[in-house]
Structure formats: C-alpha cells, structure tokens
Design a protein around this ligand. Sequence first.
Ligand code: ATP
Ligand code: MG
Length: 352
Amino acid sequence: MPKGGLGLNLKLSVPPPEEVSKFLSQSGTFMDGDLLVNRDGVRIVSQSSYEAPPPIKPLDNQLSLADVDTIKVIGKGNGGTVQLVQHKWTGQFFALKVIQMNIEESVRKQIAQELKINQSSQCPHIVICYQSFYQNGAISIILEYMDGGSLADFLRKVRSIPEPFLAVISKQVLRGLIYLHHERHIIHRDLKPSNLLINHQGEVKITDFGVSAIMASSSGQANTFVGTYNYMSPERITGDRYGNKSDIWSIGLVLLECATGHFPYKPPNQEEGWTNFYELMEAVVDDAPPSAPSDQFSSEFCSFISACVQKDPKDRLSASELLDHPFLSLYDDLNVDLASYFRNVGSPLANF
Ligand code: ATP
Ligand code: MG
C-alpha cells in the first residue's frame, strides 16, 4: 500500500501519475489489496483483487443501509415504499422496502426473528431477502431487485397474458409455492399480482411472504393493516381454520385474472369496481366460484383453474399435484420464451 494512501485526492483534473492510476478503477475508486477508498469513504474488504469486490451473496450479512445509494422510488404499497438502490462498493442493484412501524421492543424482536427466517430462503422462485434492519421506527428490507416489476405492473401494459406464457409462469409460481408449503411449511397469505415479480431473464418469483402475516399479527399494527382481501379464500373470510390450500385459491384467481384481463368477481356496478368490501366478501363466500370461459380457453386451462378455486379447500389440488396438471405441459412443444415476452411485449420493463 502506498504511504499516505488515505489522503489521496481522487478528483484530479490532470491524469493521475502512472504509479497512482494503477490503483484506480474506472469509477475513480482507489483500490489496493484489501483497501478501497472512494468519495464515500474508506473500506477494508476481504479480497485481494484490484477489480470490483465480489458480488454480495444472500446470508453474507455484509449489507448496511449506509452502503447503498438510492436511485429512485419504484413502487408504493399500503405498507410502505420500495426504492431501487445501488451498492456503493459492488455496483449491485437491490430493492429496498421500507415499512414504517412504531412498535414496542418485544414485537420488534419477533419481527426481526421472522425476517431472519425469510432471509434463509433458497429457492429460485422466491425473491431473495438479503438483510433486514429496524431503524428510526421503520423496518427496512433489502431484497433482490426484479427489473420487470410485478405481474400487476405487467398486466397494466399487456391487459391479458396468453395461455402458453401463463403455463410457464404457473410452473415457476408453483415451484415457489411447493418450496414454501412443503419444504418450509409456510403459508404465504398474500398472493396477488403485485407480489409476483418478474425479470428480463424470464424469471417469476414470489415475494412478501411473511410480511403480511407479521403486519397482521404484530399487536400495534393489527387494526391498521389494510392489505387487499380480493384474493382471500372463502375459509379465511369466514374465519375458519385455513392452511396451504388458501394460497392455492389465491393463485387460481391471480392466473384467471392474468388470462382474462380482469379480476374474476364482477362488481354489481362495472364502472365503479368493488366499492363495498362486504359485497365482495359475500360473493366469494356465497356464490359459485369463478371459472375460465370454455369458449375462450383450452379445456386444460379451465380444468386447472377449477382445481385451484374449489370453495372447499379439501377439493383443491396442492401445489405439487398442480405441477402435474396437463395444462402445464400443453404448450411444451412451443418452447415458450418468457424472457423475450417480458422484454418485448411489456417493453420497457416496469423498472428499467
Ligand atoms: P401491498 O402493500 O398492498 O402489499 P404491493 O405489493 O404493491 O401492495 P409493495 O410490496 O410495497 O406493495 O410493492 C410495491 C411495488 O414495488 C410492487 O408492485 C412492485 O412494482 C415494486 N417492487 C416491490 N418489490 C420489488 C423488487 N424486489 N424488485 C423490483 N420491484 C419491486
Ligand atoms: Mg408486495
């Protein structure tokens, strides 16, 4: 390491002498062995290459909020905001979700514990949670950045999604659900188009599992939590015991909405949508379940949706049973390219 390295002025208007420039990266970061210096400060990293430090991996526990720059706000939900952020040292992009929450110490500990459990998720169809913090009355969660945004964002552009693409999307979502239900024994509880995220590689991943459960169960928040009830299964609405199958109901409604371009329960007054929350709840509990119109969709798709939206949870198929449903292999011969569909049809992708 050169003597006096920490005092280097990196904003040289003349090209740095050769003996200095060999320590500078393109972005002006001074690097020598384990030492990095840029306009944000000094950092010791445990690697010896002169190139950018290795990308941060899940469970590295290396991320801190001071190490990321905000690029822009990419979304707002009921609970808080989501920003695109960039890691100062590695250049990696992440999504930072901030949920305002003034809560007592004991609840905070419980939430931190639950978020730690989320962090250890290892499935290609679950959005990676890198780290979570509680600071100044807010929970901040650093998530894998999905550059296509959510299926809700995508649907706003394309209106509806043709069956062959839906078959590939369904496969990925079901693999994520199989992981949550059968390997982790977790019920998502809040599956909806905005919690299914997509990227330019044609990947579909489930996000926000656990967050809604935490919000709903933590004492201070219980009464103020307003998620959407649109995709909630009849047994949850009526307050019965519920399990994994309640997620299957939700996913059936989501996929039907993707196929038809509208939420499956039609409001009495089409112009206004569902203005009365109780009327919608009543329709879900009392009416026959929605179905895919057989004159517009394959019999396989209609049967797949029907297997998800049975009103009695016992009659619904499980995620792993659904993965064997004939709808999912109906279009295998077409070699569907979901990546170019997301890139070209939804172009530009929501968050680009
Ligand atoms: P609610 O708060 O009712 O659950 P929501 O799911 O839309 O609604 P958020 O989870 O805060 O609310 O997400 C808001 C938006 O931010 C999403 O619709 C999506 O467009 C974007 N978003 C969320 N997470 C990510 C991510 N990891 N990568 C890219 N975009 C994201
Ligand atoms: Mg969400």
